[in-house]
Design a protein around this ligand. Structure first.
Ligand code: SF4
Length: 212
């Protein structure tokens, strides 16, 4: 990254932290992935059960590996030996102490937009885990809520769909066609505009691009 990009992310990150706090989220800006990992581990209590979903950015800062290696009870659906066990772990995640996830987009005024295929991630963001920890690169930030929804639908969702190739229009053209196929991954769209209980959702904004 150039020095200008670093400054750009930092200045917008400071504004976004203030705006998230005005909505009763807890929020921190970290200039790079190393400090973000350190902050995330400070925020997760020792011994906590920790689940995750839709957390590529958290994976990129090394948080999943640190949780699995640390004094936590990691609920890792990818460790399942069967489809049944995987589903049981996904359900267990809903009752975890800490749920780690990412954001498909954020608006500079402090709102988060996420899209889900099956809804398990959105369920955990809404209710269940005592704490939700969102790791988001500053590349996810749009100037308005409308632009954030647009980003989530036309950038994040088509890129995410490339991970599960099974014939949707966006896989062919790279562009969302607002499809209605059985394999569509855009089945729920959640806007999280405020945090209740106060501080339940915590953001770590990272001053470099993460995820998509
Ligand atoms: S084409 Fe369908 S699956 Fe792809 S981004 Fe649009 S709504 Fe989602």
């Amino acid at each position: 990254m150039t020095e200008q990009e670093r400054k750009y992310y930092e200045k917008r990150g400071r504004v976004l932290v203030k705006n998230l706090k005005s909505r009763h989220f807890d929020a921190y800006f970290c200039p790079d992935r190393e400090t973000a990992l350190q902050k995330a581990l400070e925020l997760i209590p020792q011994g906590a059960s920790v689940g995750w979903g839709g957390a590529l950015s958290a994976q990129q800062i090394g948080l999943m590996d640190a949780v699995k290696a640390g004094n936590y009870r990691a609920i890792d659906r990818d460790s399942a030996a069967s489809a049944e066990q995987r589903e049981a772990l996904v359900r267990e995640t809903i009752f975890s102490d800490v749920f780690i996830t990412g954001a498909n987009a954020l608006s500079l005024d402090g709102q988060m937009v996420n899209i889900d295929g099956t809804g398990n991630r959105l369920a955990a963001i809404n209710f269940g885990p005592k704490k939700v920890l969102v790791i988001a690169g500053m590349n996810k930030v749009a100037d308005s809520l409308e632009a954030a929804v647009q980003r989530a639908r036309t950038v994040a969702a088509p890129m995410n769909k490339m991970r599960f190739p099974n014939q949707t229009p966006c896989e062919v053209t790279g562009t969302c066609a607002d499809c209605k196929g059985e394999t569509c991954i855009c089945n729920q769209i959640l806007i999280t505009r405020h945090c209740r209980p106060v501080g339940r959702i915590q953001f770590i904004l990272v001053g470099e691009p993460l995820g998509f």
